[in-house]
Design a protein around this ligand. Structure first.
Ligand SMILES: C[S@@+](CC[C@H](N)C(=O)[O-])C[C@H]1O[C@@H](n2cnc3c(N)ncnc32)[C@H](O)[C@@H]1O
Length: 297
């Protein structure tokens, strides 16, 4: 994989993440979403010469890329090919029963999204896959093929907040009887046809929310997030920071409530940290990022 994949994914709110974690050279930090390693690199640089990062990443392409890219840090970085939801068990098997900070940067990396072949985007025609973890069994095409109208409508409504959910679900179920829906372009076209022109949104593609919803369903993103929010406080040392960057309101709401309801965590501000104007100008993907922080008590 070429080094340009790292240029492709610019990590968001790096300065804010360092401010949030306040990492030091004696600490062990978990990056729950290693991705291409941007945030881990920043933590490793900041905690030189001896701070450690354990990076979780379930996408084998991303894990391989980050491992190679950050090899200069030697054994200060350990990469775990597993879900962040299993963080506590994985760390325990490594003999680690306390860490000095946990970061997760939710969502997809540019490696997954911008390279059309993984099927996350309606901009490129590709198999309708959307698995971040390529070892997982169920793809977006499987869901579209097997779910009934009610199940599909629930996915589009709950995970995409798509108001035309039922109409789109019905249309897809009728269409798949004639021809299986195997590609991103097929699905985008079906959504376009299902939604009457007057309901097409002005600023985003009409299939945006359906694609987001399917991605969340395929990767069980909200279930994993809920598990993480329950698990991570168990492994944080007293006074350690838990930082979560989310990219849409569904995730942010879950994080906000879990932080507020946890007896193990203290929240210093109810307002999330947002990226600065200059960062958004340079990296439009950062626009919707929201960073929430809690401290282990
Ligand atoms: C937004 S990217 C992270 C980018 C990273 N912070 C960087 O600077 O390059 C999110 C990454 O988290 C990974 N991911 C998502 N859910 C995960 C999970 N449950 N367990 C492990 N990795 C996950 C995705 O595969 C993706 O590579």
């Amino acid at each position: 994989m070429a080094e340009d994949a790292a240029d492709l994914h610019v990590p968001v709110m790096v300065e804010e993440v360092i401010n949030c974690l306040q990492p030091d050279s004696a600490g062990v930090y978990v990056d729950g979403t290693l991705g291409l390693g941007g945030h881990s690199q920043a933590i490793l640089e900041y905690t030189a010469p001896s701070g450690r990062v354990i990076g979780f990443e379930w996408d084998r392409e991303a894990a391989a890329f980050a491992t190679d890219r950050l090899r200069g840090f030697g054994d200060r970085l350990q990469v775990v090919r597993s879900s962040y939801a299993d963080m506590v068990a994985e760390l325990k098997t490594m003999g680690i029963d306390g860490v000095d900070g946990v970061l997760v940067d939710l969502g997809v990396s540019s490696l997954q999204f911008d390279r059309g072949e993984r099927g996350f985007s309606f901009q490129t025609d590709a198999p309708l896959d959307m698995r971040m973890n390529l070892d997982a069994e169920m793809t977006a095409a499987d869901i579209v093929a097997k779910a009934d109208v009610g199940e599909l409508a629930d996915i589009f409504y709950h995970y995409g907040e798509e108001r035309q959910a039922r109409r789109i679900a019905r249309y897809i179920c009728e269409a798949r009887g004639q021809e299986p829906v195997r590609t991103t372009f097929q699905l985008a076209e079906l959504v376009k046809k299902a939604v009457p022109r007057r309901f097409h949104p002005d600023r985003i593609h009409v299939a945006t929310k359906v694609f987001q919803a399917l991605r969340i369903a395929v990767n069980r993103e909200l279930d994993n997030l809920v598990r993480l929010l329950d698990e991570a406080p168990k492994i944080l040392r007293q006074g350690a920071s838990f930082c979560v960057i989310s990219f849409h309101s569904l995730e942010d709401r879950i994080v906000k409530q879990a932080f507020r309801n946890s007896e193990r965590l203290q929240v210093l501000s109810n307002k999330p940290v947002e990226p600065g104007v200059e960062e958004v100008r340079l990296n439009p993907r950062a626009r919707s990022a929201r960073l929430r922080k809690a401290i282990k008590v």
